[in-house]
Design a protein around this ligand. Sequence first.
Ligand code: ATP
Ligand code: FE
Length: 371
Amino acid sequence: LVVLGIETSCDDTAAAVVRSNGEILSQVVSSQADLLVRYGGVAPKMAEEAHSLVIDQVVQEALDKAKVTEEDLSAVAVTIGPGLSLCLRVGVRKARKVAGTYALPIVGVHHMEAHALVARLVERELQFPFIALLISGGHNLLILARDVGHYIQLGTTIDDAIGEAYDKTAKWLGLDMRKSGGPAVEELAREGDENFVKFKVPMKQHKDCNFSYAGLKTQVRLAIESKNIDASIPIASASSEDRRARADIAASFQRVAVLHLEEKCERAVEWAMKMEPSIKHLVVSGGVASNQYVRSRLNKIVEKHALQLVCPPPSLCTDNGVMIAWTGIEHFQMGRYDPPPPACEPEDAMLDLRPRWPLGEEYAEGKSEAR
Ligand code: ATP
Ligand code: FE
């Protein structure tokens, strides 16, 4: 099988062509980094326009780089949720146009499932069941993956995701946002003292696997204010003393943000192993999983439980088309796809978009297993 994957759920326009043996034939990402810098976040209408402007080009480039034409494809996979509906619509329209013109089946993909399943492309030994920690800009999920399309949600965030906390910390510290906030904070944190500010670890008293990053965000903002750090002065122009204070806050933030991940992850491993003692892997994926500090801390947990950590390379952790194509392949192989849409579909055809789409069933500790 050769599948084209299209991703437009947030601020990156991505496409890729992947073969069912796991070979990545091409991967193209067009990022809206300049828009992010200009508006300090994702503005849905702007993002939609940016996607519309480049979608045809991105898909064409993916086909060209893979040295295939639409006729060589077996199916088209596209993210249908969760995400910004204005943005999702651009990708889904394009997917339906290609699928309709070339009579190709279409697979609607869950963006977070794709973040998890791409680990099976990276590590071919990775069998179900496994645990996945999915950490990105909009989600913080702990899941038990039992099979393709069959997940139990062990934990989620009750407010913000860790990526959002990284992005705001970067913004308030006056860091260069061109490559998104996370990598900038990670880099600066290497210079800092992680015990400089004693931030409180969130939700310590909750014996569950849920997350909360809104309170930590506030703690960081207050610490920045109390140190009189002026974010309008870019870090590059800061005095060495000022730079030092920013680095100390970045490091202190990162320590506690990741400690929160560790604590909840540890509990999720215990819960999951009770349900599925055959588990051998912990998958960590989503944009924040590109972070080296996060990886090294989670390595400690897997060592303790004799598990193996599977963490895709950074280009497959942040949003990409490969994970969509791959998840499309996994579903297609199980017979889960839609027939080709009509060739001349009206522009305003009813599109199946799922901007809010939970992944799997919730699990409640103590209750009989959720299905
Ligand atoms: P979601 O997947 O929840 O819909 P998204 O698709 O916008 O959100 P991703 O592309 O998966 O998110 O991840 C982007 C997030 O990852 C951003 O918040 C970014 O700051 C963060 N991130 C990327 N690299 C790093 C890093 N090295 N350290 C920390 N955070 C990082
Ligand atoms: Fe994502």
